[in-house]
Design a protein around this ligand. Structure first.
Ligand SMILES: [Fe+2]
Ligand SMILES: [Fe+2]
Length: 208
């Protein structure tokens, strides 16, 4: 993985929106450790720079979904703008910037011998606000201007996986967001497509 290239792509996409607050947000992301963070502790892109790589992958997938859906539903171009697709997809997982800390774990190798394995463990010590909702709040606190559609697409990007099924309010808010703003479904699909298609590793497939 080329971390420098991923960061450059990320910054170019983000700046292409010309959105108010982008430069303040970039320095906030630097401070939060966004550009060094992995995308997960044990799954896809669990190495330094994994989070920025996953963000760029999700953005590319979101732009492809948006283009594809506009071809099927021409009215979509009046409802969802390119800048919104970029903002919501590129920044959906900003909440992960501060949850991974380096750790060394014992793991059995192919010969059944225990060996040290460098990786990450997860902590929710810093600002334990949740997932999508944490991303939205961090972005607002760092001065980024966002539309309702963008905030809701980030808030609900986990789809049904992110809903508290004991909360009717959560379920109805998610349904309403999806009905009102096509961007919600675009970002949710893109996140899943990035992880399931663009970020599959042979190692993970071997472990199935
Ligand atoms: Fe996420
Ligand atoms: Fe994600």
């Amino acid at each position: 993985m080329d971390i420098k290239k991923s960061k450059e792509e990320f910054l170019e996409l983000l700046r292409s929106t010309g959105r108010d607050g982008v430069e303040d947000l970039i320095s906030g992301l630097e401070d939060m450790g966004f550009f060094e963070a992995p995308a997960s502790a044990n799954h896809h892109l669990n190495t330094e720079g994994g989070l920025v790589q996953h963000s760029v992958n999700t953005c590319k997938a979101a732009l492809a979904v948006w283009e594809g859906m506009k071809a099927l539903e021409p009215g979509l171009k009046n409802e969802v703008e390119r800048d919104s697709v970029i903002i919501a997809s590129l920044l959906h997982d900003v909440c992960k910037s501060d949850i991974y800390v380096r750790s060394v774990r014992k793991r059995k190798n192919a010969l059944g011998m225990w060996e040290d394995n460098e990786g990450y463990k997860v902590t929710y010590r810093n600002f334990p606000m949740g997932h999508g909702e944490k991303s939205v709040i961090l972005l607002l606190c760092n001065g980024l201007e966002m539309t309702d559609a963008e905030m809701l697409a980030i808030r609900w990007h986990m789809g049904a996986w992110g809903i508290n099924m004991n909360s009717l309010e959560d379920q109805r808010s998610y349904d309403a967001s999806r009905m009102l703003y096509p961007l919600v479904a675009i970002v949710q699909a893109a996140d899943s497509l990035a992880a399931s298609i663009m970020e599959r590793s042979g190692e993970e497939q071997d472990e199935l």
